[in-house]
Design a protein around this ligand. Sequence first.
Ligand code: BGC
Length: 274
Amino acid sequence: MPKSSLGQVPLSTLRSPPAPPQCSPRLPVMAVLGIDIGGSGIKGNLVDPLTGLLEGDRLKIATPQPATPKAVAEVVREIADHFAYQGPVGCTFPAIVQHGVTLSAANVDESWVGTDADALFEEVTGRPFTMLNDADAAAIAEMEFGAGRDRDGVVVLLTFGTGIGSGIFVDRMLVPNTELGHIEFRGHAPVEHWCAARIRKEDKLSWEDWARRVNRYLIHLKRLFTPDLFIVGGGVSRKWERFGHVLDPGVETIPAELQNEAGIVGAAMAAARL
Ligand code: BGC
């Protein structure tokens, strides 16, 4: 049976559990394992998909080098085993993921391009998998439990890290696999090579000088999408007080709230929709 594409299900379907019959206690909801694959670490934790709360301590294992699909799948299995978890797993990946197949490899091993990651992970771990783009997962979590909760219209979440990831919601429906870090801007192609968080360190920019670049980028995105809200995510959201005042693209712009755990939470929510 073909998998339903992410984004076809409005978040509101998950938002509130059906009202329980009067006088009977709410049924316990099974925690779902969320895994976040990054360039340096692979993190996992159990998440209650109805509250977004993490259960217990997360496990982080260094990303194997080279980070080939097979080597990463082994680490993912280790994480599922660690939690003694047998249910459906949600898993982020820092590239385009369409119907479980990884289609790009901007900051990861080339061998991922064209890999059926869902099938590989299911085979290696023996559990059903839902793979999705890392920024899409972060956006799903922020829209439900963080800075985007209760926000309609066009919401553009950007994650600033090694690259720039994007998650766009239109009236609370995700448009999956937008790659706004890969557009060309001011001769920079892709733009993530000009204003990702990594570039701030590499070019030795102050927070404010880096944010001036980001602000120009946001103004450009505003012209393209006319969003109602920008959410700035990734590790930099913890440093908002250092640069937030520089961002003034003419659209409300706020920091993400869930920070490090947004990927894990969004992944678990995606798997819970299976
Ligand atoms: C990738 C995106 C990813 C982003 C953040 C970009 O280079 O193309 O798919 O979401 O980095 O990891």
